[in-house]
Design a binder for this molecule. Structure first.
Ligand code: SF4
Length: 507
């Protein structure tokens, strides 16, 4: 979907949209449907609303099966037993809440395209901010759309380019030249090839692996490397930004072409929050980065110099993404790490429930403090981010009610001040507590005003420099637009200028 930052106004965590996964096996008598299931379920955290797979059936046609629900609900034994084929792709999707059109299967991926000239299936993780322009120009050429998604724009673009050439690499190269966006996408062709494409700035992760058994060989492609691990595969490498990798057992695994850019823009939030800690993205361990983020927060934290405070201090993670950070913090601070918040694993989607009252009730349903650990302690809680501030405030209240002497909040991400236009659901600037307070109170005072608003005794965020050093990449290899307001895509900057012009006209 394009420009999702305004669609889901009630979230209190940034929401990732999708995961993609694909497998190609050199044995035509073997079915890879269960491997697709495993790869998708390992990436359920990237999208929980719907899932689906496309398989090249033995005999040569693509079959797509998809529905709303979790991987385990949709791809159950009965569904998998009917899906036989040695090459396939899959997709998990997060959809914006309240999107009426989402009730249609057309909005669930993989997106299966077939006309007289071409057949393929597409699994897409990303956002194309210039999709409206592209859609208009395709409609002008007579193309008819059935959805309002950028996924269909990509599919129709590919189909329209395919009228002039039969070479898949040529088609995909031409298509990617028109797409100004953040995306990782997989194409399954009716010829049984998988193409894995990452945008030239490499916003989203995408990696390839292999699995060799005595009987057969597999190529695997996955948003996160945990998908390769779970099927017993070996991570070969990441798909490079701008690269198109062709996975086929008719040739060696190879790169069709690389569109080089003078910078990259890997989303920093993958390391802070989205990705599973056991994943490795562009050569960087997510778990190790989170550990380092915790170490950085503890270094130079003035509260740790207060010996009286330290006597009763404990370090408590907000589960789950706060865990590795809290381990790093506790290690550096030489304070006890205590699992003081119990998480109910069976409650989903706390942070995307509409309405303030619902969200507060949902936080309580999901997290419960362990009073025996918390009572009479100076609690240092570690969390990944503060978006609206409402969830953090509720967690602080829960800890206080459990008898804490003081509640001190440490956040592994720097303040989030701007929305994301690159495919992550964020509230608008005025709903982001740091965005709003920075504008209201200025650079010097806004962090303390946030502290007061959420009711913490102290509040510290990661600095941007410390975030960069924990990831171990340079500033021009990462997207940090939601922290700095500097957007790396031309089409986004154009849209922001237009929005500014409209708002100044209104004023
Ligand atoms: S603005 Fe950039 S860093 Fe922030 S969530 Fe979006 S892609 Fe990630």
């Amino acid at each position: 979907m394009a420009l999702n930052c305004k669609k889901n106004l009630k979230i209190d965590k940034p929401i990732e949209h999708c995961a993609v996964f694909g497998v190609s096996c050199d044995d035509k008598t073997f079915t890879i449907s269960r491997l697709l299931y495993l790869g998708l379920i390992s990436q359920q955290h990237r999208g929980q609303e719907s899932t689906g797979i496309s398989i090249l059936k033995t005999g040569g046609s693509i079959v797509t099966y998809k529905n709303k629900g979790l991987v385990s609900q949709v791809l159950n034994d009965s569904a998998l037993s009917k899906l036989w084929g040695n090459v396939g792709i899959g997709h998990n999707r997060y959809a914006t809440t309240g999107a009426q059109e989402f009730n249609s299967l057309d909005y669930i991926q993989p997106y299966h395209f077939k006309n007289n000239e071409i057949e393929f299936s597409l699994a897409f993780n990303g956002t194309i901010p210039n999709y409206a322009e592209l859609k208009q120009s395709l409609e002008n050429k007579g193309r008819i759309f059935v959805t309002n998604t950028d996924t269909e724009v990509v599919a129709q673009l590919i189909a329209s380019i395919a009228l002039g050439t039969e070479s898949w690499p040529e088609i995909l190269k031409t298509a990617s030249e028109s797409l100004d966006g953040s995306y990782s996408l997989l194409i399954l062709t009716a010829e049984g090839d998988i193409y894995a494409i990452r945008d030239p700035l490499g916003f989203k992760p995408l990696c390839i692996g292999e699995l060799k058994t005595e009987e057969r060989n597999f190529y695997i492609v996955s948003s996160e490397s945990c998908g390769i691990d779970v099927v017993g595969g070996r991570l070969i490498r990441d798909v490079e930004p701008g690269e198109i990798v062709h996975l086929s057992h008719r040739k060696e695994l190879h790169s069709e072409m690389v569109v080089k850019s003078d910078r990259t823009a890997l989303c920093q939030f993958e390391f802070v929050y989205f990705a599973r800690p056991d994943s490795i993205i562009d050569g960087v361990s997510v778990a190790q980065t989170r550990l380092q983020l915790g170490i950085n927060l503890a270094r130079n934290d003035p509260i740790l110099k207060d010996f009286k405070f330290r006597e009763n201090a404990i370090v408590v993670p907000v589960p789950d993404s706060g865990r590795s950070v809290a381990v790093g913090y506790a290690q550096e601070a030489k304070l006890p790490y205590v699992e003081g918040l119990m998480k109910n694993r069976y409650v989903w989607r706390t942070f995307i429930m509409p309405g303030q009252k619902n969200r507060e009730a949902a936080v309580k349903e999901k997290l419960n403090p362990i009073k025996t650990f918390i009572n009479s302690k100076n609690v240092i809680i570690l969390d990944d981010s503060i978006v609206r501030g409402t969830t953090t405030k509720k967690i602080i209240n829960l800890i206080r009610d459990a008898g804490a002497i003081s509640v001190n909040v440490r956040i592994s991400c720097p303040p989030v001040i701007r929305p994301c236009y690159m495919g992550i659901d964020f509230p608008t600037t005025s709903e982001l507590i740091a965005g709003r307070f920075k504008e209201l109170y200025g650079n010097e005072a806004y962090i303390d005003e946030i502290r007061k608003k959420i009711g913490a005794d102290s509040l510290r965020y990661q600095t941007i420099d410390d975030l960069i050093s924990a990831i171990g990449k340079s500033k021009n290899q990462l997207c940090m637009a939601c922290l700095t307001g500097e957007y790396p895509l031309k089409s986004v900057n154009k849209i922001i200028e237009m929005e500014r012009a409209i708002s100044s006209d209104r004023n």
